[in-house]
Design a protein around this ligand. Structure first.
Ligand code: FES
Length: 78
């Protein structure tokens, strides 16, 4: 199943597969999610989903839904 993923604040949209790693999808979209440990322990890669859920991108896969908005905390205007 294809999930339409929107990245904010860059406002980039890409199609992704359910279960794909969010970091890989961001990479394909040309969106840089900061990372550190890649193991879920440093929280460098923390992003927010549209429903307010806070996730760590390095240990999170694309969930099964039609569309997903991922809000990067690194937005300087936030
Ligand atoms: S890169 Fe360290 S928690 Fe994701």
């Amino acid at each position: 199943m294809i999930v339409r993923v929107h990245f904010l604040p860059d406002n980039v949209t890409v199609d992704a597969e359910v279960g794909e790693a969010i970091l890989d999808v961001a990479d394909r979209a040309g969106v840089l999610i900061p990372t550190g440990c890649l193991m879920g322990s440093c929280h460098a890669c923390t992003v927010e989903l549209e429903d307010g859920e806070i996730i760590r991108a390095c240990i999170t896969a694309i969930p099964s839904r039609k569309e997903l908005t991922i809000n990067l905390f690194s937005d300087p205007t936030w």
